[in-house]
Design a protein around this ligand. Structure first.
Ligand SMILES: *Cc1c(COP(=O)(O)O)cnc(C)c1O
Length: 389
């Protein structure tokens, strides 16, 4: 393969990615390539993780367990810390059991491929996260994509395929659009058609609901409404690792069949300790979640006033530009004003749907948010034609 030629083609299409380097903790303000900037694109929504409370937990755990887990969970890698994290997560999500993975990506790939056997038809939302898509690609069953958030299209496709066994898979919060799945309808449809429902709460955990428990709390649904409740520890919880919550039988089955669980080293003790610290913090600081939600509402109101459609329910605010190079240019204007908001391009989103994806943190101040809005107003004046409004 001619790598240079392929890379040149990416550059020509405005799709080549530069790496920017951060040399501080992931907080509202960071040092980016040597310059102090406001960070408006992190998934560290609660702005936790660098505080001494967390650092102390991690250092203590490493003192006891060392740095590496030393083996797979099924051989020598399973520590008391891992067991503690799983029971804490099960309590947090109010399910019978939980199984943790090294990342949300491996949780999704392993879980969807383990459940989607040859008799299963998987129904997957068109804008599901890449890790769910890859899980579908590895599954032996048939995969049917339905239009994003479109319950009518889903029903049409269920009738068309009449599955013996069905698995309905959706993000609860869509990572690049910041909108929500029609959860209550999906729960009903899965129940009516006797299908399993799998929900990816990666951007909902620590974010949605009065105490940050995720999409079920937000939609006032019971834990039994969803069969497979997946989440990640790497976003609002400021650690690393993925998890699946559900019945004891589900978790036991995945423990034996999810290849990304079986054939990889257990999460490192430091990460597990950080996850436990984050869950403890969340339990005792619901005001952190509420502060994030206040910021979301404030930013959404201001964007709507500017004519940019925004949804106050999540901290993800895409501002659609469309053209890749124009989106890059506007992202650069922000950087010149010491605000870091990278532009999101193909293949993360469709071609011609490039966007700035602003994300908020609980620790952003009103002044921080107002600074962003000022630059945005300037950009809209200068480059009006670039914005979809
Ligand atoms: C980030 C993300 C994942 C993957 O989680 P990681 O822990 O980062 O591997 C899965 N699903 C969704 C919707 C995500 O946004």
């Amino acid at each position: 393969m001619d790598f240079i030629k392929k890379l040149t083609a990416l550059k020509d299409a405005g799709l080549y990615r530069q790496r920017r380097t951060i040399s501080t903790a992931q907080e509202r303000e960071v040092i980016l390539d040597g310059k102090k900037v406001l960070l408006f694109s992190s998934n560290n929504y609660l702005g936790i993780g660098a505080e001494s409370f967390f650092v102390q937990h991690v250092v203590e755990a490493i003192g006891v367990y060392g740095t590496g887990a030393g083996g797979s969970r099924l051989t020598t890698g399973n520590s008391a810390l891992h067991m503690d994290l799983e029971s804490t997560l099960a309590q947090f999500k109010k399910t019978e059991a939980c199984l943790t993975f090294t990342s949300g990506y491996t949780a999704n790939v392993g879980t969807v491929s383990a459940i989607g056997d040859t008799e299963t038809v998987i129904f997957s939302d068109a804008l599901n996260h890449a890790s769910l898509i890859d899980g579908c690609r590895l599954a032996r069953g048939r995969v049917v994509i339905y239009a994003h958030g479109d319950v009518d299209d889903l029903l049409l496709k269920i009738r068309e395929h009449r599955p013996q066994k069905g698995l309905l898979v959706t993000d609860s919060v869509f990572s690049m659009d910041g909108d929500l799945a029609p959860m209550s309808e999906l729960v009903e449809i899965a129940h009516e058609h006797d299908m399993l429902l799998m929900v990816d709460d990666a951007h909902a955990t620590g974010v949605l609901g009065a105490t940050g428990r995720g999409s079920l709390e937000h939609f006032a649904l019971g834990a039994q409404a969803v069969d497979v409740l997946m989440g990640t520890l790497s976003k609002a919880l400021s650690s690393e690792g993925g998890f699946v919550c559900g019945s004891e039988a589900l978790c036991d089955y995945l423990r034996h069949t999810a290849r990304s669980f079986v054939y990889t080293t257990a999460p490192s003790p430091g990460n597990v300790a950080a996850s436990l610290a984050a869950l403890e913090y969340l339990d005792t600081h619901p005001e952190r979640v509420q502060q994030l939600q206040k910021n979301n509402a404030y930013f959404a109101d201001a964007l709507n006033a500017l004519g940019i459609h925004a949804n106050a329910e999540t901290p993800i605010f895409p501002v659609l530009i469309g053209n890749e190079e124009e989106a890059m240019r506007i992202s650069d204007v922000f950087l010149q004003q010491d605000i870091f908001v990278p532009c999101i391009r193909y293949p993360t989103v469709a071609k011609g749907k490039a966007r700035l994806r602003f994300t908020l943190m609980a620790t952003h101040t009103r002044q921080d948010i107002d600074r962003v809005l000022d630059v945005l107003k300037e950009c809209i004046q200068r480059y009006e034609k670039c914005f979809y409004m």
